[in-house]
Design a protein around this ligand. Structure first.
Ligand SMILES: [Zn+2]
Length: 130
């Protein structure tokens, strides 16, 4: 039960027993008023009871790593890791068993992979333009 006040404060009704307990503590531990104790108690309550975090949805694809043979892309929808082989003949995805798929399309958007592919294209590897 609250009543709105004109200067951004509200009045909250608290059982008298609790107020008596608060009053006993006014003048102790450096607290000078009911309001000070109540505010401190509420701050501690907020700290102990944080608002639930809004869960951010994780991206569908994520670049896991890159080595001499190719790159790994996490597919969270399939809950699998796509191993994309990169060699002089092109790119190949082991999940899709294809040279062109969503995993390869995603891999081609990752700056580190783009850079590697550009280098290999200069060496004559048959890779997509990035
Ligand atoms: Zn694929």
């Amino acid at each position: 039960m609250t009543e709105e006040n004109k200067n951004d404060h509200v009045t909250i009704k608290i059982p008298i027993e609790l107020v008596n307990e608060i009053d006993k503590r006014v003048g102790t531990h450096g607290y000078r008023s009911r309001a000070e104790i109540t505010k401190q108690a509420l701050r501690e309550f907020m700290e102990k009871n944080p608002l639930p975090k809004i869960e951010k949805s994780l991206p569908h694809f994520e670049h896991l790593n890159m080595d001499a043979t190719g790159v790994k892309i996490i597919d969270r929808q399939l809950k699998r890791v796509a191993n994309i082989i990169i060699n002089p003949k092109g790119m190949h995805c082991d999940i899709c068993d294809k040279h062109q798929c969503a995993h390869i399309d995603f891999a081609l958007t990752v700056p580190d992979i783009q850079e590697e592919i550009r280098k290999k294209r200069i060496e004559g590897w048959q890779l997509p333009n990035t």
